[in-house]
Design a protein around this ligand. Structure first.
Ligand SMILES: [Zn+2]
Length: 239
């Protein structure tokens, strides 16, 4: 199966769903969970920091760890693959739904709008406990983490932690897109993480994989293209 064939599918599809994973950002140099464990953080296990339990037990330490990761991510740039997706969506309003497992925010920085971020966005915060009447932007006091100066409710990174469910409405929209698309591009994901991988398996239309290595979803695909997002997406999505 060649690139030209998938490009024809892109051109013909009224609606395209794109599901991206860590490989999407590989050429941007986004440090992975493990790679970002430098300096004083090297001795901590991310699986033990990225939980609500850890945050409640030691909010300032977990907040500082996220601040460290945010700084690392702020230094990298979206790549040609991110830009190709944003450009296509702009030129073809309403034809492309972008679903990502990445929390790095690079799709958004490349100009993609309405990104369905299944695991949240590391650049954003939200309230730890259900916000009370007093918890609003004016009440946020600086701190590590910032908190509501009236009730003490803390801000936490707006990412999905281990043991937490995916945001329901975001996932429902992703499922809708999968079930209505004529083509799904699965980019830079191992296909091992559920329920995200289930989206590709439930896709109504054709499925094309873009990844340098074989993935666990190749058996469910109509086409498998071996290459990176930054190299292949600009070719597949050009007009
Ligand atoms: Zn409050």
């Amino acid at each position: 199966m060649n690139t030209g064939q998938v490009r024809d599918w892109v051109r013909a599809a009224k609606h395209i769903a794109v599901l991206t994973g860590a490989g999407m950002s590989a050429e941007s140099g986004v440090p992975t969970f493990r790679d970002s464990q430098t300096g004083l953080w090297a001795k901590f296990d991310p699986q033990q920091l990225a939980t609500e339990e850890a945050f409640r037990a030691n909010p300032s330490m977990v907040w500082d760890w996220y601040a460290h990761r945010r700084q690392a991510i702020a230094k990298v740039q979206p790549n040609a693959g991110h830009r190709a997706l944003a450009g296509f969506a702009k030129r073809h309003a309403g034809r492309l739904t972008l679903i990502t497992q990445n929390v790095d925010g690079l799709h958004q920085r490349a100009g993609s709008e309405a990104v369905l971020a299944l695991h949240g966005n590391i650049a954003q915060d939200r309230w730890l406990d259900t916000p009370r009447a007093c918890c609003n932007a004016h009440a946020v006091a600086a701190g590590s983490p910032p908190y509501c100066d009236r009730c003490g409710n803390m801000r936490r990174p707006a990412v999905v932690w281990f043991g937490e469910p995916l945001p329901q409405s975001v996932f429902a929209q992703a499922e809708q897109a999968a079930q209505h698309c004529e083509l799904m591009l699965v980019v830079g994901t191992s296909g091992l993480v559920y329920p995200a991988a289930g989206l590709a398996r439930s896709a109504r239309g054709r499925v094309a994989i873009v990844n340098p290595e074989p993935t666990a979803l190749d058996d469910a695909a109509d086409a498998v293209l071996h290459g990176t997002a930054a190299k292949l997406l600009p070719v597949l999505l050009e007009d």
